[in-house]
Structures are given as C-alpha cells and as structure tokens.
Design a protein around this ligand. Structure first.
Ligand SMILES: Nc1nc2c(c(=O)[nH]1)N[C@H]1C(S)=C(S)[C@@H](COP(=O)(O)O)O[C@H]1N2
Ligand SMILES: [Mo]
Length: 323
C-alpha cells in the first residue's frame, strides 16, 4: 500500500515562536523547582474544578445581514479551550482552566476622554441597547491560526453613538479589566497592564466591528472575554480586547499593549494581510483549528476575507508601513 506523506498539513512549531515563550516560560524557569511543583499542584486542583461554562445563559438573538455566509463554525470546545487571554496565563488552555475566577457581575464600562460627558454603562443595560445579532466571522490570530466563530452582539457603532464623542475624537481605546485578585497571571506575565487596544474612529464605526456579548447562543464564556469584548474580524485577533471596563475617546493614536511590547512585530493597524509577513514567520498560510487534516492549512485572505467591506478605509495607505 502506498502511504502518502502529508508533511505540509501543519505548520511546524519551530516556524512560530509563541509569544508565551518570551513572555512567561522564562519566569517559570526562574522560579525553580518550587515554582514548578506549585504549578503542577495548581494544575491538578484545576482538573477537579468545574470550568467556567454556565448552563443557564442562553441569549435571544436575531439573524444578521453582517454574518459571513458559507462557513462551518469551529467547535464550541475548541473556541473555549484554545484561547489567548494572558491575564490568565500564556498557554492556550490556561484561560479555560483559570478564568473561572473572573467575576462578571456587577460589571460596567466607563466612558471617558473626548466625550460630551463621562458616562458609565451597566452591562445588563448595555446588552439591551440593541437586538443581539448572530454573526459568524472568520477569526485570525497573528500567530497564524484561525477559527470560525459564531459571535453574538451588535455593531460597536451603536454603542459609540450613545457615548456622544466630540468631533475631535479620532481614535478609541479599549481597556481590559486588570484585577490581580481575579486574574492570577497579571503579576507573572510581563506586559504593560491593563491590556489596551485601539481603533481609528472610522474602523470603530464600521458596521462589522462587533460589541460582543456571547457566542454559540449563550453569553461569552469567561475565557473568551466575558462579559463584553470587541471583535474586529478583518484584523489580527489581538486587536479584539476582552473583558472591557473602559472606553476612552482620544485625539492621537493610543498606545496599545502589543505595539508597546514589540512595535516591529505588532503594528497598530494589524489588518490581516498575507503579503506582509511577521518578522519571524509568514502570514500567507494559516492553521485551521479543529479542521480535518486535509483542510488544516489554508491560504490567508486579504483583510481576512472582508476586503470588499473594509479595503476602502485604507486606500492610499502603504500597508507595509502601516502594518
Ligand atoms: N484582555 C485581553 N484581550 C485579548 C487578549 C489578551 O491576552 N487579553 N488576547 C488577544 C489575542 S492575541 C487573541 S488571538 C484573542 C483571542 O480570543 P479568543 O480566545 O476568544 O479566541 O483575544 C485577544 N484579546
Ligand atoms: Mo492572537
């Protein structure tokens, strides 16, 4: 029998050095044997503890004209067990293991900066501001893996209108919760907390930019950024800040966590672009999480497949310079 070698079906791990390698592993090593033992004990305790997925959290939704047609969603299991949420650790399964300590009620988003008046929105009020839509989007991480996620939310623009930003507001910044009592890795992972992201105003107002409260028919599992996050489907995943507590309208491009950490690797725009490689790996191809083996590698699409809707926002811009 002829066995065909399928050497090209997965991206070798040597090709991509996860950010966790330089963020976190080093400090585990420095902690020495005691640290490793404590970590192992923590892991064991977590196995015995239930995960942060609740049963009574169904959401009523309407279908959306902005949903991407013809895609098969990634499994709920993969969406909730292969995460980046460094407040809970840098391994992909850390958020599923540890995000149970995140308290999502009471919760509010405070709005400040260039607005008519400062405001505070309670999460339950926020969720009723607009009908919640089902929106299936492609999701592409800068680490060259991708998923298809059936999100629930409404256009961020609807929220921004309620914030009454001044005409001088050119950018909007999103800040995530930073509470070490709920997010154990804050003290361990060397990033400039709180997690901060930002968009230019026209990007934030684009109807595809989603203020997100749920996925797969229910509220966001903690590990996916409960109780509220942003999703920007044509940008790399790190632009989509989780567990947002503050929104700030500003005149100048705000500083953002990954851009501060490594500006040559993570630009402010971070539009998905197969023609502009990350300095340490190609962005031409992506690994599709949970796909059957013959579909695990697929070409990455310009603007993650949303070029028809968003490319006009960047006409005349050099996308190699503004990566
Ligand atoms: N607060 C916060 N938001 C975050 C991150 C994070 O570490 N902290 N990681 C980002 C990255 S790199 C990605 S790929 C997505 C992952 O979202 P998911 O786990 O729901 O797929 O969240 C983004 N938002
Ligand atoms: Mo990411």
């Amino acid at each position: 029998m002829l066995i065909r070698k399928s050497g090209s079906t997965s991206i070798p791990s040597s090709e991509i050095t996860p950010r966790s390698v330089y963020m976190d592993r080093r400090s585990f090593m420095a902690a020495g044997a005691a640290g490793v033992a404590a970590l192992a004990a923590g892991r064991f305790a977590q196995v015995l503890r239930p995960e942060s997925v609740h049963a009574d959290t169904k959401l009523t939704t309407v279908s959306s004209p902005f949903s991407t047609q013809g895609l098969t969603p990634t499994s709920f299991y993969d969406i909730t067990h292969y995460n980046n949420f460094y407040e809970f650790g840098t391994d992909k399964d850390d958020p599923a293991r540890y995000a149970g300590s995140l308290r999502t009620r009471p919760w509010s988003i405070s709005v400040e900066g260039l607005v008519k008046a400062k405001k505070k929105f309670d999460i339950d009020t926020l969720m009723k501001l607009q009908p919640l839509e089902d929106r299936v989007y492609r999701f592409r991480c800068v680490e060259a893996w991708s998923m298809v996620i059936p999100w629930i939310g409404y256009s961020l623009s609807e929220f921004i209108k309620q914030c009454d930003p001044l005409p001088s507001a050119k950018y909007v910044q999103f800040l995530s919760l930073d509470d070490p009592s709920q997010e154990p890795a804050l003290n361990r992972v060397q990033l400039d907390w709180p997690y901060s992201e930002g968009l230019r105003m026209d990007e934030a107002m684009h109807p595809l930019t989603l203020l997100t409260f749920g996925l797969y028919g229910q509220v966001l599992p903690n590990q996916d950024g409960a109780p509220v996050r942003v999703v920007v489907p044509w940008k790399y995943g790190f632009k989509s800040a989780k567990s947002i507590v503050k929104v700030r309208f500003v005149q100048k491009q705000p500083s953002t966590t990954w851009n501060e950490m490594a500006p040559n690797e993570y630009g402010f725009y971070s539009n998905v672009n197969p023609n502009v490689d990350h300095p340490r790996w190609s962005q031409k191809v992506e690994r599709v999480i949970g796909a059957p083996i013959w579909k695990q590698r697929q070409p990455t699409l310009m603007f993650n497949g949303y070029a028809d809707q968003v490319a006009s926002m960047y006409t005349g811009m050099d996308l190699r310079k503004y990566y």
